[in-house]
Design a protein around this ligand. Structure first.
Ligand code: ATP
Ligand code: MG
Length: 203
């Protein structure tokens, strides 16, 4: 009997600086994976987040990857992506999608962004290529509205996720002030922050 045709792998790409990763990222990733029946969501760690470069100190890519690895270690279907770090230079989602497609020509790609990132989508390097290579997925984020979703062109899937008003910016300030990170980041992420002395000099 012939084998059934293989279904393409459905892969979500959730890019970020993840400095540090937090529950807002994780709740988004697991819920989008569930709603869209994705095989895996890659939390893709930007090597040089070019839109943030020069605006503040950014932790070394290796430290951010270690935090994301700690964050996903016990979560089914989430993985830490080191592709952009391995590629080096400024990180463009278009390049990352091309590389993922090259390694698996049949893959079905989904680019996942929060509302603030979706609103800036037109400023992304080769955003037309990102839209052509993947299905665009937006989630709401407290403080940012995408009504109507931006950009006006292109098709966006909106996925409802719990609205969590958590940001890496606030978490970095918490470390500086000595305020608690508990329940805002997994304890394994907190451990990496403490062990590596991240954020303590202020960002
Ligand atoms: P920073 O404050 O340093 O900008 P951040 O919390 O915004 O950090 P990023 O690494 O910039 O985190 O974001 C990566 C992706 O995660 C973006 O698409 C962003 O919109 C999304 N995101 C971040 N926080 C949340 C949240 N609380 N809810 C939903 N999406 C989020
Ligand atoms: Mg951000």
């Amino acid at each position: 009997m012939p084998l059934p045709p293989e279904q393409p792998r459905r892969v979500g790409v959730f890019g970020g600086t993840f400095d540090p990763p937090h529950v807002g990222h994780l709740v988004t990733a697991v819920n989008v994976r569930h709603e869209l029946d994705l095989d895996v969501v890659i939390m893709m760690v930007a090597n040089i987040p070019w839109q943030k470069d020069g605006t503040r100190l950014i932790s070394p890519a290796g430290d951010r990857l270690a935090m994301v690895e700690a964050a996903v270690a016990e979560v089914d279907g989430l993985v830490a992506g080191s592709h952009e770090i391995a590629a080096g230079g400024p990180s463009y989602t278009a390049d990352t999608l091309v590389a993922l497609r090259a390694s698996d020509p049949h893959v079905d790609l989904f680019t996942i962004v929060g509302a603030d990132a979706a609103n800036g989508f037109d400023t992304w390097e080769r955003s037309d290529e990102v839209a052509a290579l993947s299905t665009l997925v937006v989630v709401d984020r407290p403080g940012s509205r995408t009504d109507p979703p931006q950009p006006a062109t292109g098709e966006w899937i909106r996925v409802e996720v719990p609205h969590l008003e958590v940001s890496s910016t606030d978490l970095r300030a918490r470390v500086v002030d000595g305020r608690p990170l508990d329940f805002l980041v997994p304890s394994a992420v907190r451990q990496v922050i403490v062990e590596r002395g991240l954020f303590s000099e202020g960002r």
